[in-house]
Design a protein around this ligand. Sequence first.
Ligand code: UD1
Length: 426
Amino acid sequence: MNYNFFDKLEIVGGNKLFGTFKNQTSKNAVLPIMSASIMSSGVVKINQVPDIVDVTNMKKILRKLGVKIKKQKNDLILDPREIKNFKVDENLSKTMRSSIFLLGALLSKFKVANITLPGGCTIGARPIDLHIEALKKLNVLVTEHEKGFSFDATHARAGKVKLKIPSVGATENVVQFAITLSGKTTIYNPAREPEVVDLCNFLNAMGAKIVGAGTKKITIYGVDSLNGAQYKPIKDRIVAGTIMVATAITKGSVTIIDGCAKENKSLIKILSSMGCQIDIKNDIINVSREGELKNTNIVTGYFPKFPTDLQSIMLPLLCLAEVESKVKEKVFENRFLMVKELNRMGANITLFDAQTALVRGSTALRGRTVKATDLRGGAGLVVAGLVAKGKTIVSDVHYIDRGYDHIENMLFSLGADIRRVCQKQK
Ligand code: UD1
């Protein structure tokens, strides 16, 4: 997907969503898998890669390093055999936080790496101290310079790493880095997110020896090299969750194929308690709602707790529920950025502090011109637009395009009145 900075989405609220939705592949699985492929001594084929801006940017970063990339229908073929360059392009690195995921793979391959401070959403400080601390434990020499950090792994050795916070990125970096260290590396308190498990499954498919992904301890037994592989990453639990909430807010009925039912347990529990009907069979989820919505409280957390990425998607739904609902954001420090925009649409949300919101229910949302502030916050505004009275225009769609493979097509195919307005820079 190309980066169209001035695109807007126009939504006329009121249509109920009906039909069948086939879920896309997970952004947070595919990005680290793409970066990990540079460690392979052969060709890697990744199936069903979504057409999203973060993938486009990751392809640009990898190509600059020397990876040859071909598209075959929806599959990507990556050939890292002639990769020579270990410096991530500074400007590209700023476009997405996922560039930090290259650190472990680059260090494993070249024993040196240079990282400029990564970019990404505006949802919080998103430091990389845990990544650095963990690598230091494995005897990597880290030097801070004006724009970022240099890493030297010449004297690195396998060992034990305990993460203070189960950070997804730090876990993924340590796992990748430890793969070619001779001996056994153990990560205590790793992230248990399904995308971390998927990365480990991919690495194992390339010949790595990783056990315990998805539990409270991951063990990596060093191997000499990784071979090529073909891999189909998991589906996107956040996109499935977005469609579930969008269906609930419009009082529709949608069947989601590959809905990530197991991974979305916390969301399904909340939606059911609010009065939505949810039927699951073989990962096909049917979501519908007929009656009014009950209020609820949400506390985000690390997997398997309620995902922070679905918090802003839920806010418009809570606006329609009875009485009031409380939302506590416990992962990021600044994830209520879209509240200001949602309040402009008629929501009545009070922020007690940067991480606690009180959402007053029974609120009628109305169409407005609003600005996406970050990826999931932007998607939350689109969900609000589906039920708002009149027309909602969401600008800065480029944030949403980072993770959703054409959100307007997904929702239009389910009956929403939504279209993308492409505008060129004047
Ligand atoms: C990943 C996901 C993102 C998701 C998040 C939490 C990708 C590409 N992105 O982001 O969509 O919202 O997990 O599930 O997979 N932290 C530190 N120091 C560090 C690293 C993290 O303090 O060195 C803090 C962060 O500021 C944050 C918390 O740890 O408050 C969790 O962050 P982390 O799990 O690392 O998120 P990401 O990997 O960046």
